[in-house]
Write a protein that binds this ligand. Structure first.
Ligand code: SF4
Ligand code: SF4
Length: 243
């Protein structure tokens, strides 16, 4: 498959794009993929499919240690057929559309965060990913990257991903190299196994690990608040820093 073209995009610069079942290339972008799932994506899909973390992992995903950070990474398991199709794609389109991963929502927009070495401020950068097979650029309204993010419901996932990226940057700065087996288990619990996180928190075991200031525990059903709490807890437990 040909490499996509990456075109830098100013956040206020409009681009034309639309996608839907009427387009001749429908579903072509849901195959030949290597899709990493962020913790927010896993939680969103799990809730939609009504699966525990263990069920989701055994049916749809693979878990491994990230080569750079040693932190856990989850990728979606694709069909073994030649086209490496997403397990959720159907002839009618995405079967988990309302819970689709943030990268699927953003496509064809790519977003990167950069931290200034001078003042530590974060800035957002955007690009358009143009793949030869994608016909969406020839139709639809013009919109900016920010309008696209809003329209696709991607803002909450991006905010959660940014919290994770801060933790990864801290890990790479303060403790490069692999994590101990115990710390890897903590990270799997904080990123993905939120039922275990809740149990451990309810039993009072996490505050002993992370002596410091943590936000109050969310209510049991506030799943996305638990994810954010877990990332804060892990940051404190591993590096003694909370935010
Ligand atoms: S227009 Fe692009 S994003 Fe939409 S189905 Fe076709 S390849 Fe996928
Ligand atoms: S989750 Fe949905 S949108 Fe994303 S690759 Fe799979 S079928 Fe396509």
């Amino acid at each position: 498959m040909e490499e996509p073209e990456l075109i830098a995009l100013d956040s206020e610069e409009p681009f034309q794009f639309a996608c839907g079942p009427g387009v001749a290339c429908f579903n072509q972008c849901c195959q030949d993929l290597n899709q990493a799932l962020m913790p927010y994506d896993v939680l969103q899909l799990r809730l939609h499919l009504k699966l525990t973390w263990e069920q989701f992992l055994s049916r749809h995903a693979a878990l491994y240690a990230g080569p750079g950070s040693g932190l856990p990474v989850v990728s979606l398991r694709f069909s073994h057929s030649q086209d490496k199709r997403c397990p959720f794609v159907t002839p009618q389109g995405c079967s988990v559309y309302t819970a689709r991963p943030t990268s699927c929502r953003l496509y064809p927009v790519a977003r990167a965060l950069q931290r200034s070495r001078r003042d530590g401020r974060l800035s957002e950068h955007f690009a358009l990913v143009k793949e030869p097979h994608c016909l969406g650029f020839h139709q639809g309204p013009r919109q900016t990257a920010r309008q696209w993010i809003e329209d696709q419901g991607a803002a909450a996932g991006l905010a959660a991903n940014d919290q994770l990226m801060e933790l990864i940057a801290l890990k790479n700065r303060l403790r490069p190299g692999p994590l101990s087996a115990e710390h890897q288990q903590w990270a799997v619990m904080a990123f993905y196994d939120l039922d275990l996180l809740k149990q451990e928190a309810a039993a009072g075991r996490l505050k002993q690990i992370a002596r410091g200031i943590l936000r109050p525990l969310p209510s049991p059903g506030e799943e996305f608040a638990w994810l954010s709490w877990g990332l804060q807890w892990l940051r404190l437990a591993l590096f003694g820093e909370a935010k």
